[in-house]
Design a protein around this ligand. Sequence first.
Ligand SMILES: [Zn+2]
Length: 113
Amino acid sequence: MSLKIRILEGNSYPVIICDHCGETITDAEGGNTVWREPLKGGRSEGQLYTVQHTHKKCNWEFMNRRFPEPNDGTWNWMSHELQDDLFMLLVNTRYDAKEAKRKMGWTERITWE
Ligand SMILES: [Zn+2]
């Protein structure tokens, strides 16, 4: 699972870790969400898949080294742009930016890498 909590200066921050290189994905534009989806039977409504995340630069190598067994034709790699998925997560959770900012006023102190 690539969603982790990192402790910095005593505070806890969620971060997304690349499942290939283990580094933090600090630029959503440079990341992907990836998952394996079975081909047989097609998609079914409500189906859930476990996802992993990679830097775009790590994506191809991740897909080929993480599961080096030959694809037997029963599954396929799927991917989304991380930036798009983060937006959809905000929509799907009815994210309220104003309320979040009010509650998390301490984030003003965050210094990004
Ligand atoms: Zn990476």
